[in-house]
Ligand binder design. Structure first.
Ligand code: SAH
Ligand code: DHB
Ligand code: MG
Length: 221
């Protein structure tokens, strides 16, 4: 088994059960045209986000890391009328691309993209009484995953789902000697989950068009 096979299977899944429609294809194209890095979730992973958010009946969704809005569109599609998604993005030029793609997808009314380092946007969300959230997708700067999780947990309703992307990083998660602070943060995140009585959590490794990685799922009691 190799990367070519993983990509071929992702392509098959995307051709069959989880195809990108016009709006998602346009979002990918707009991100590429604007020079954004190609690090969005894959089509099957994006569909998983839609399904998970739907499964918990999400009405309020929080996303860390918008990039070009590809995962944002998948998540917002799970929302009922009157639902709300807030997505936090550090780079104004990325947020601008994402806003246009979200609008094009017909989801502009449901989605708000806030620009700035996520940790600086969080106090404002709390003050404005945005939330509690039913679903949180953590996918921004990986060193801050533990901090984003801690905040999300405090602002989640019982039964909420918190998903963190890119926790496995080619298997580096298992290496206590890895010098990358982003890896250290994922290991710390797992220790934090182990000691947190308010959630049940697990981590699932994934392969696909974008390599070997994985995500953590935590359900709030
Ligand atoms: N969720 C997107 C991919 C996000 S990539 C998708 O799957 O479609 C990670 C994003 O996090 C990038 O756009 C990056 O600019 C943003 N980011 C990095 N550091 C951040 C921070 N401190 N606060 C908010 N966003 C940040
Ligand atoms: C990176 C970020 C992501 O969210 C991802 O899915 C893959 C890679 C990165 O910053 O390299
Ligand atoms: Mg990611």
């Amino acid at each position: 088994m190799d990367q070519e096979t993983f990509a071929a299977v992702d392509a098959f899944v995307a051709e069959t059960v989880a195809p990108d429609d016009e709006a998602l294809t346009a979002a990918v194209d707009a991100a590429a045209a604007a020079g954004l890095p190609a690090i969005a979730v894959t089509p099957p992973q994006g569909r998983l986000l839609t399904l998970l958010a739907r499964a918990v009946g999400a009405r309020a969704i929080l996303e860390f890391g918008t990039l070009g809005g590809y995962s944002t569109i998948h998540l917002a599609r799970a929302l009922p009328e009157g639902g709300r998604l807030v997505s936090l993005e550090a780079k104004p030029e990325f947020a601008a691309v994402a806003r246009a793609s979200v609008e094009r997808a017909g989801l502009g009314e449901l989605v708000e993209i806030r620009v700035g380092p996520a940790l600086e946007s969080l106090p404002g969300l709390a003050e404005e009484g945005v939330g509690p959230f039913d679903f949180t997708f953590i996918d921004a700067d990986k060193v801050n995953t533990p901090h984003y999780f801690a905040w999300a947990l405090e602002h989640s309703r019982p039964g909420a789902l918190i998903v963190a992307d890119n926790v496995v990083r080619g298997g580096a998660l298992a290496d206590p000697e890895d010098p990358d602070p982003a890896i250290g943060a994922q290991r710390e995140f797992h220790r934090m989950l182990a000691e947190e009585p308010r959630v049940g959590a697990t981590t699932i490794q994934t392969v696909g068009a974008k390599g070997y990685d994985g995500f953590t799922l935590a359900v709030v009691n």
